[in-house]
Design a binder for this molecule. Structure first.
Ligand SMILES: Nc1ncnc2c1ncn2[C@@H]1O[C@H](COP(=O)(O)OP(=O)(O)OP(=O)(O)O)[C@@H](O)[C@H]1O
Ligand SMILES: CC(=O)N[C@H]1[C@@H]2OC[C@@H](O2)[C@@H](O)[C@@H]1O[C@H](C)C(=O)O
Length: 384
C-alpha cells in the first residue's frame, strides 16, 4: 500500500506484461522518483481459460477467422484494463497521479529474420487508455526492428540500470516461456539475447501428459532420467549455435518441434527430465562464455527448485541467486521493465540497447495513446 498520496508531478508509472508462457497478466506500479525504482505494488490475474485457448491457437497458427483475432485483441485489452484498475484500487492510486502505463501486449508471432520482419503483439492501447484513464504506451518492439534490430530482448537495459556491479560480471537470467540473458560486464558494452526455451516446452509437455499447467518445483522432471541421445538431438537445433543478436519464441519451440526428435518409446517423465536439462544446458553453455560472477535469476522459472539446483550445480564457479535476494521481485521484473520503458518514451530517451538487439541505432520506443481525462465533461470514472 502507498502510505502517502503522491503529488501530481509524481514519477509513478505502471507496467503490464503478459509473456510467452501465456499464464496471465502481471501489472505493477513503480515510483521512479529516486535513483533506484521502488515497486509500490503488483497484481497478477490468470487469463480466463477460453481466452488463453484462443491466444494459444493464434500463437500456434491454427486456422482461425480474422474476426477471432480481432475479438481476442479486444477481450485481452479489456482484461488488461481490469487488471490495471484492480491494482489502482488496491493501492488507492488515482489515474491523474500516474504518468503512464507501459503495456507490452501479447506476443503471438515474432519473426525478426524474414523478408518482411515483424513482431506481433495483440494489444489495443486506445481501449486501455479509455477504460483506465491512464496514458498508455505500447508497440515497443517495432522501432528497434525498423532500425534492423531483433526487437527483443528489451529488458537488458533495465537490468543494467538495476544490477551493474563495477567489481564483477553479473548475468541476469529471465526464465519465462523463453529464457533470455543480460550480460552486465562493467568493462564491455551491454549484451543480451534469448538462449532458447525457458519453461515453454516443460509446460507444454506436462500439459499434454498430465493436464497440469506447469511442473511444480520440477518434481515430475525429478522423477525421470535425462535421455542423453534425445538431449543431444534437441541440441542440434541451429538456433542454439547461432551467434547473438538473436531472439526466438513459440513459433520455434513447440510440441511439434519436440515430436520430430522423439522415437515414441521414451517414458514421459524422462522426456520432462530431458526438457529441463535442455533449458539448463542452453542457458549454461552461454553463461560459461563469460568470466564467472553472479547469475541473478528472475521470471517464473526461478520458482522451479529442480531447475535452480541444476543451474547451480552446472555452474559451480557462479553464485546463482534469485533477484529477490537483492530486493527486486523476480515475478515483477518484466512488468517493471515496461514501466521503465514507458518512462523512457515519455522522457524521449532511448529504450533499446543497439548492442543487444543489433539495431543500427538507439531509438525511442513505443507509441503514446493519451488518456482523455483533461477534456471537459470527462468526470472520469473507471469502467470495468
Ligand atoms: N513453483 C513453480 N515451479 C515450477 N515452475 C514454475 C513455478 N512457478 C512458476 N513457474 C513457471 O513459470 C512460468 C511463468 O513464468 P513467467 O511469468 O516469468 O512467464 P512469462 O512472463 O510468460 O514469460 P516470458 O519471459 O517468456 O515473457 C509458468 O508457466 C511455469 O512454467
Ligand atoms: C518477442 C517477445 O515477446 N519476446 C519475449 C520472450 O519472452 C522472453 C524473451 O522472449 C524476451 O526476448 C522477450 O521478452 C522480454 C520482456 C524482453 O523483450 O526483454
Amino acid at each position: 500500500m502507498i502510505t502517502s498520496t503522491p503529488d501530481i508531478c509524481s514519477e509513478i508509472y505502471l507496467g503490464l506484461m503478459s509473456g510467452t508462457s501465456l499464464d496471465g497478466i502481471d501489472v505493477v506500479a513503480v515510483d521512479f522518483a529516486d535513483a533506484k525504482p521502488v515497486l509500490l505494488g503488483s497484481h497478477h490475474d490468470p487469463f480466463p481459460a477460453p481466452l488463453r485457448d484462443k491466444l494459444y491457437a493464434i500463437a500456434l497458427d491454427q486456422p482461425l477467422p480474422i474476426s477471432a483475432i480481432g475479438q481476442a485483441t479486444t477481450w485481452l485489452s479489456e482484461c488488461y484494463s481490469q487488471s490495471v484498475n484492480t491494482l489502482c484500487q488496491k493501492l488507492a492510486l488515482q489515474p491523474q497521479y500516474i504518468q503512464a502505463l507501459g503495456c507490452h501486449g501479447q506476443t503471438v508471432h515474432h519473426h525478426p529474420i524474414a523478408p518482411y520482419p515483424f513482431s506481433l503483439q495483440l494489444n489495443n492501447p486506445s481501449l486501455i487508455a479509455a477504460k483506465t484513464g491512464i496514458t498508455t504506451v505500447a508497440d515497443f518492439r517495432s522501432k528497434d526492428m525498423a532500425y534492423g534490430g531483433q526487437g527483443a530482448p528489451l529488458v537488458p537495459a533495465f537490468h543494467q540500470a538495476l544490477f551493474v556491479d563495477p567489481k564483477q560480471t553479473v548475468i541476469v537470467l529471465n526464465i519465462g516461456g523463453i529464457a533470455n540473458i543480460s550480460i552486465l560486464d562493467p568493462h564491455q558494452p551491454l549484451i543480451g539475447y534469448d538462449t532458447g526455451p525457458g519453461n515453454m516446452l516443460m509446460d507444454a509437455w506436462i500439459k499434454q501428459c498430465c493436464n497440469q499447467p506447469f511442473d511444480q518445483d520440477g518434481q515430475w522432471a525429478e522423477k525421470g532420467r535425462v535421455i542423453p541421445e534425445l538431449l543431444e538431438r534437441l541440441c542440434q537445433e541451429p538456433f542454439f549455435a547461432h551467434p547473438h543478436p538473436k531472439s526466438t519464441g513459440r513459433e520455434l519451440f513447440h510440441l511439434q518441434w519436440l515430436a520430430q526428435f522423439l522415437l515414441g518409446n521414451e517414458r514421459a517423465e524422462d522426456i520432462q527430465a530431458t526438457l529441463l536439462a535442455l533449458t539448463v544446458l542452453s542457458i549454461t553453455q552461454e553463461v560459461q562464455r563469460y568470466s564467472p560472477g553472479r547469475l541473478l535469476v528472475c521470471g517464473g522459472g526461478a520458482h522451479n527448485r529442480a531447475l535452480m539446483q541444476s543451474l547451480q550445480s552446472t555452474l559451480p564457479l557462479w553464485q546463482v541467486l534469485p533477484t529477490d535476494a537483492l530486493g527486486v521481485s523476480g515475478d515483477a521484473m518484466e512488468a517493471m521493465a515496461f514501466a521503465w520503458l514507458a518512462r523512457q518514451c515519455l522522457h524521449q530517451q532511448a529504450g533499446n540497447a543497439a548492442s543487444v538487439t543489433g539495431a543500427s541505432q538507439q531509438a525511442i520506443l513505443g507509441g503514446i495513446f493519451r488518456a482523455d481525462t483533461h477534456l471537459s465533461n470527462s468526470h472520469f470514472t473507471r469502467q470495468s
